[in-house]
Design a protein around this ligand. Sequence first.
Ligand code: 3H9
Length: 697
Amino acid sequence: MGNLVNLTLDDGIAVVRVDNPPVNALSHAVRAGLRDGLRAALNNPQTSAVVIFCAGRSFVSGADIREFGQRPQAPFLPDLISEIEAAPVPVIAAMHGNALGGGLEVALGAHYRVAVKGTRFGLPEVSLGLLPGAGGTQRLPRLIPAADAARLITGGKPVDTHAALSLGLIDRIGSSNDACAEGVAFARELIAAGKEPRRAGSLPCNRLEPAELEAITAETAKAARGATAPLACLEAVKAAMTLPFGEGLKKERALFQDLVASDESKALIHAFFAERQVGKLPEAESVEPRAIRRVGVVGGGTMGAGIAVSALLSGLDVTLAERDEAAAAKAAASVGQMLCNAVDRGKLAGTQREAILAASFRTTTCFEDFAPADLVIEAVFESMDVKKDVFTRLDQVCRPGAILASNTSYLDLNAIAAMTSRPQDVIGLHFFSPAHVMRLLEVVVGAETAPDAVASGFALAKRLKKVAVRAGVCDGFIGNRILSHYSKAVYGMVLAGASPYAVDRALTGFGLAMGPFAVGDLAGLDIGWANRKRLARYRDPRELYPEFADRLCELGRFGRKSGRGFYIYEDGAGRARPDPEVEEIIAAERAAKGITPRSIGEKDIISRYMAAMVNEAARVVGDGIALRPLDVDVTLLNGYGFPRWRGGPMHFADTIGLDRILQDICRFHEEDPFFWQPAPLLERLAAEGRTFASLNT
Ligand code: 3H9
């Protein structure tokens, strides 16, 4: 049984306990231990029921993802689960924490299921580019309504204990927090009542009505954005409805094998581990983060209010400062409204909203009210003078040891820190809008930022349920610096002949949530315009400078907020319609510059876009702005809508080959030698036949 699984027998009830911290993943040793434990229990004539439960903070959270890609070793999970299901005495899964993926499949193979309050149940395989490959797609729709089963499997979202009970996924919710005791008590009742094993595989499969199937197929295809696993999940669920159980299992297995070997699942598994590795920082390892309970926010615009809401939703105390009473009242109204929306979305109870507004949130016009704050985040207008003024004043009023953070997206954090007598306490916390929704937080580390201030930024991100990425100081840090570069490539393509709408189409086809022109309209074209004006004096005369976006801004077309940008937004639903006048403005610029437009196909658009992104990302890593390539991937995945199933730009570049990216850059260099200069790191890795991943460890 090894040391990860043990077996005890007490009064006819065998208890098989898995103990494989931190998440009780089903590694080879655990599978072997479970099989041996089960066999030993069943070989004992005194055993009249078996309870499977886990030590630690959770039931089994899935197959051991680290084993994917290695040579599979028996016992295989589907066989183990079939053996559990075939047991001649009742088998009870007793769950707490998370019962996910292969873990939930083990429970579905058991004959009865009990869980303590707070347990979450899910089949998240799809988010790793997989499907539940150990019978989950065949057993679940036999136990719960088919539409719910299909949505759980294609969407990958977990459900809570009450939902699981009402769906019929579990038989009961325990009255205590002790999963093992609940399992044993349930087993005793079952034995006393003479209950037999109840095998999901022997039940008829619930069916989807044709209209339900059509609706779920459409939803799934839309949400997939080009990924294949979600539709493969649906295929497996359909097999459950059309094939006998044994045949359905074979079909599920075949689909799983294809997916596990796919680039898509490798990319998604890379994203999963990258998001966990990104928080591992050598500098922060041996320090304790500073305690953060009271937060100050300077500025109550969209960003400041979003930051305040994010902090409030995480149980922090927030004081928000604005210029004057009217602005403070407006900010308080936005915070109140955002919290209302959180209530509507089920994130917060109405009573909690009232309690937060009464006890944990206040506005002020007076910086002195920041005196007790542990952290103050500035989210004012993006101007160095304004920021410098704010930091000078914060330095005067904040207590020693308080962290002073700037939400700047581009500006020099060291220059901001230099306005204070405590640059070691100054840090960048670059949130993305809307700050209470977007997962990314760039933690910008200045030349003098103290390691425990960095650790505090990461601890705060965790508390706010965000993914933090460490960034060094440069114009735009990791994300916006890369964005500025590939935006230039995109504008260049349009000047050369592509229409903005063709570019957006090609890139959404590649899997981006939105095309770059639609994103520009959403963010507001005036933001990029202000930034271009800020940088105009540094612009190299050799740089080709497309002007059409400036023309649109001069005409007051700032995007969605003004009803017109690259697109026209005239109906209430905010649907975007291409604008022929935009094409005319672009054509006029081409004519004035003597450019004969040429056709740029979809593949070429994607190659140029990715080459520019990867090239600048390689510079960002080479310059030490990002610690590792994986930090870039996590940034682009969580803040810039890069398709997760492609793993991030660095992983994507590794997948297609760095030499190919380099060849593309050299080819484009012929057309525009100033813009297309290969990054030294990219050249070096390609010459050495290495990957970006080789720099991740
Ligand atoms: C599957 O089951 C396939 C089957 O259908 C068919 C097979 C034939 N494996 O996230 P955390 C590590 S596919 C290996 O920080 P939390 C993780 O990397 C699987 N390692 O904790 C981290 O390591 P480190 C379906 C895993 O409390 C440590 O555990 N299941 C696995 O915030 C702590 O993780 C899933 O997709 C794993 N399965 O969240 C569930 N899971 O400390 C994936 C975690 O070295 N897991 N690790 O950085 C999760 O969603 C979260 O980890 C969980 C806990 C919610 C469980």
